[in-house]
Design a protein around this ligand. Structure first.
Ligand SMILES: [Zn+2]
Length: 323
């Protein structure tokens, strides 16, 4: 489904983006801004990104309240603006090529004309991007003298991806100023360790099983720890109403996976099975068990966890007072 998006939808959304994207992203602000995440924040505001984000949530089977960055993080997806910038750089090199053809000469002249009406020219935007990635020599020479165009684009793409991954992990850790998702992603950051498509997404099971597992991972679920957020209940008072000793356990993801009485029988079987793979599992505390189960990269463990989470979550939904 993601390949479908990349081959059929992305080219439409980024049509002629080599011309307009740098103005929309305001790449020229890179040099002046003191915000280390200036570019990544601009990526999030890039208009086509909204459609990309909605599509990622659709693929994962989570709702619109799910964290945008977490939904894309589960699929290892990078912002659309990143590809638009690469298109723009490639175009800039093309029109600056002294051996350019008639069409690119016309493009160059048209762009020079358009630039005369903008406070920051296309050229200035490109210079800011190249400078931010220590590629000033490319701008000074107006070409790639030490590498092929494809090598330059590959290098720049790699740097953009690395920078976005850093932003992502800083964001879920609450280190990004202006980010209000860190509380929501407090659990997610304990087991999300690599920016890539997660193995569970690739498991061949029904979509709703993937959906329920994704919901638990990125806190887009109906447990009290999330529902209480919308009723302004303090986090330490969002108790499980199902356990026989109510008002004693906060119903968070760890409680759901390792403590709640509602799933006790199946949990014993699950944990016994996990111990067959990992003998030391029984000595872990509940937080460690939860982190291990949700963060495992082993397909057998992932499948076992997904099946159980799906069964338990469907049962939990039947306890909701309202839908
Ligand atoms: Zn409980």
């Amino acid at each position: 489904m993601l390949k479908l998006f990349d081959t059929c939808v992305r080219p439409i959304l980024l049509y002629a983006a080599e011309l307009w994207s740098v103005f929309h992203i305001k790449c020229n602000g890179l040099g002046a801004s003191t915000d280390p995440y200036y570019l990544e924040k601009a990526f999030n505001k890039f208009l086509p990104e909204d459609i990309h984000t909605k599509y990622c949530k659709f693929v994962l089977g989570v709702n619109r309240y799910a964290s945008n960055v977490a939904a894309k993080g589960e699929l290892g997806r990078y912002p659309m603006a990143m590809f638009a910038i690469l298109q723009a750089i490639k175009f800039w090199i093309h029109i600056n090529d002294p051996l350019r053809n008639v069409n690119s000469t016309l493009s160059y002249e048209a762009l020079t004309h358009v630039d005369s009406y903008h406070p920051a020219s296309f050229d200035n935007h490109i210079r800011s991007v190249l400078h931010a990635f220590s590629l000033d020599h490319v701008y000074e020479n107006k070409s790639c003298t030490t590498m092929s165009v494809n090598s330059l684009i590959t290098t720049l793409k790699s740097k953009l991806m690395s920078r976005y991954a850093t932003y992502f992990f800083d964001m879920i850790a609450g280190k990004v100023v202006g980010n209000d998702s860190s509380n929501k992603l407090r659990t997610y950051m304990t087991f999300k360790k690599e920016y890539k498509m997660e193995n569970y997404v690739l498991v061949d099971v029904d979509k709703h099983i993937v959906s329920n597992f994704a919901r638990l991972r990125i806190s887009n679920h109906i447990l009290e720890i999330e529902r209480g957020r919308y009723r302004n209940i303090p986090a330490d008072k969002r108790f499980c109403t199902i356990c026989s000793i109510p008002n004693n356990h906060v119903e968070d993801e760890v409680h759901f996976m390792c403590e709640c009485e509602l799933y006790k029988a199946e949990r014993c079987i699950l944990f016994d099975n996990i111990e067959l793979f990992v003998p030391s599992f029984h000595v872990m505390n509940n937080v460690e068990k939860f982190t291990f189960l949700l963060g495992s990269q082993e397909i057998d463990i992932i499948k076992t966890c997904m099946d159980n989470v799906n069964t338990w979550y469907e049962r939990r939904k039947s306890y909701r007072p309202t839908v």
